[in-house]
Design a protein around this ligand. Structure first.
Ligand code: ZN
Length: 82
């Protein structure tokens, strides 16, 4: 699914700052309001083009803090919890 970026129309969104990104299917219509606070938003036209976001791969400890279960691939080709 593509990542779409939106910007609030008026003041910065209290919950999302000056914009947010959301995963949407290509068939879904663009959002007209923030899904979190309901403020009117517009699609950010430069999404994914001029503002590439550096998505750093989180470390294992960060992933665990975020509540993810970290799986380690064993030599046997199976996954196990670390
Ligand atoms: Zn918002």
């Amino acid at each position: 699914m593509p990542l779409r970026a939106y910007q609030p129309l008026s003041k910065p969104c209290r919950l999302c700052g000056d914009g947010f990104e959301i995963m949407q299917a290509a068939t879904e219509p663009a959002l007209s309001e923030c899904p979190r606070c309901g403020a009117p938003v517009r699609p950010c036209p430069a999404a994914g083009v001029s503002i590439p976001r550096i998505t750093r791969k989180p470390s294992i400890s960060e992933a665990k803090q975020a509540g993810f279960t970290v799986l380690k691939r064993t030599s046997g080709g199976e996954y196990e919890k670390q």
